[in-house]
Design a protein around this ligand. Structure first.
Ligand code: 4YB
Length: 464
């Protein structure tokens, strides 16, 4: 059953279970009472700098205790919060912030903000003075306010900012948690960035249940996971974890998502005692929409309670709980769904045996000698190779065929690229076999949780 909140969730937990552990920071436990006091103190600080309800506040940084407090305090002041990837180029940020009506910027490191964005001071938790909080500063809890903005990772052009209400985040969380057990006493590692919807997904599940959130340095991952019962991981993180000596883990469940999840991966994890859930989600739906306990098939199960799914010409359409109100643009919210409320995902999908399979992004499809090539079909086979962790297939121009596939792989030591075509033979059709193979350069691995396909494409182009 999901909790009904009549107050900001952290305030409600602070009165209902003040001494329960809200957060574990590295090894240190923080109670709900203490967390609420910290949020209040930060509200005080931000308010006295001039932050007001209805304004926009950007938070730039990697996950840290301060960043999370910032996220909660901005909400509690009734302002809109925009978590930003610190790798976002300054020029893009300068273009984006006016469109998103951002008034304030807070950053965990020294950074410059565009002209009309005033900067908020950095602070450390120890400095926050809890004594003089005036509860008048707190906005009323209204779960239906558009308060969070999350940037999408569009393949071209400016990212868009999906706007969510707390209610949508909580409803998304509730839907998943009707399937996946996560109770107070359990602890979920904040294993993905807050500027990505997967990180916010962790926050709202934690708030929904009044459970424990674990905030730690993520390197090495096995150390970060010590004592945690739950984590959200992208497939590459789980591959790396399995390479480490991961037998000290008490992990009950790992929620996977963000990219195609190989059955090989979830089977290896199972052998190491880690139960996996395969999820399919997106920014516009406030993270997970479909999920199932990992099994022998590569599907993502069925829609979670509260969501509806429809395939229209093989395109996945979704609606229901978690859905964003729209994309923020110059003070307005542009709808992202059709008149019936369906969000057209641009993902191609298929139903097999009552289960949804993700085939790939429609925008990634290209043609080679008249044959359609869906890069993900080739990538799925490549990542089933024991030495390949990630693969990208991108088109390169070709005089004879128009375009031809080229593969860029992130591999473990020992992979012989020259053997890959032979290894692929018989596993995919001949015209799908890439013309050449490259090793993914380290410079493309930085940034968010996903490697930009566009960046991979441009890198390959720069070589030819
Ligand atoms: C997929 C895919 C899949 C997404 N197969 N393509 O809380 C979670 O659900 C979670 C847990 C662990 C890791 C990630 C998550 C997420 O939220 C992921 C959400 C996400 O990736 N959002 S996104 O807006 O950045 O990208 C969405 C797109 O990613 C989808 O439209 C798909 O194209 C792709 N994707 N899950 C294959 N299981």
């Amino acid at each position: 059953t999901s909790t009904v909140f009549s107050h900001w969730p952290w305030q409600q937990w602070a009165s209902e279970q003040p001494n329960a552990t809200a957060i574990i920071r590295e090894q240190q436990s923080v109670s709900w009472r203490c967390l609420a006091d910290e949020v209040n103190a930060l509200c005080n600080l931000f308010y006295h700098h001039g932050v007001r309800a209805g304004q926009g506040v950007a938070l730039n940084g990697k996950n840290s205790p301060e960043l999370l407090l910032g996220y909660l305090a901005i909400l509690q002041l009734g302002a809109r919060v925009l978590p930003l990837n610190p790798q976002l180029p300054d020029a893009l940020q300068a273009q984006l912030l006016p469109i998103l009506n951002i008034d304030w910027g807070w950053s965990s490191h020294s950074s410059t903000w565009p002209d009309r964005v005033k900067s908020l001071p950095s602070f450390s938790i120890e400095q926050l003075s809890v004594s003089n909080f005036d509860t008048q500063l707190m906005a009323d809890w209204s779960s239906a306010q558009s308060l969070t903005m999350t940037l999408t990772s569009g393949s071209s052009g400016l990212p868009k900012a999906a706007v969510h209400t707390p209610q949508a985040h909580l409803a998304n969380a509730a839907g998943l948690l009707q399937r996946m057990p996560f109770e107070s006493g359990d602890s979920w590692l904040l294993s993905l960035p807050l500027f990505h919807v997967s990180g916010q997904g962790v926050i709202w599940r934690w708030l929904q249940k009044g459970a424990t959130l674990v905030q730690r340095n993520m390197h090495p991952l096995d150390r970060a996971l010590a004592g945690c019962t739950h984590a959200s991981l992208v497939p590459t993180q789980l591959w790396r974890l399995l390479e480490q000596d991961a037998d000290k883990l008490v992990l009950k469940q790992v929620l996977l998502g963000g990219a195609s999840i190989p059955v090989e991966l979830t089977e290896r994890a199972q052998q190491a005692g880690i139960s996996c859930w395969c999820g399919y989600g997106m920014t516009e739906m406030a993270s997970t929409t479909c999920a199932k306990p990992a099994d022998a098939t590569a599907g993502v199960g069925v829609p979670l309670p509260g969501r509806e799914l429809q395939l229209v010409d093989n395109e996945i359409w979704l609606r229901g709980s978690g859905q964003a109100l729209g994309y923020w643009q110059q003070g307005e919210i542009r709808p992202l769904s059709d008149s019936q409320g369906w969000f057209h995902t641009r993902d191609r999908g298929e139903m097999r045996n009552g289960e949804l399979y993700i085939c790939g992004r429609m925008d990634n499809l290209f043609f080679s000698g008249g044959e359609g090539i869906q890069p993900e079909d080739i990538e799925r086979v490549l990542i089933s190779h024991p030495l390949i962790e990630q693969a990208f297939v991108v088109p390169v121009d070709d005089v004879e065929f128009g375009q031809r596939p080229v593969a860029v792989v992130d591999a473990l030591p020992g992979l012989d690229l020259s053997q890959l075509s032979a290894w692929l033979e018989g596993k995919i059709t001949r015209f799908q076999i890439p013309d050449s193979y490259y090793v993914l350069p380290a410079e493309l691995k930085q940034g968010g949780i996903k490697i930009s396909r566009l960046a991979v494409k441009e890198w390959v182009k720069s070589l030819n």
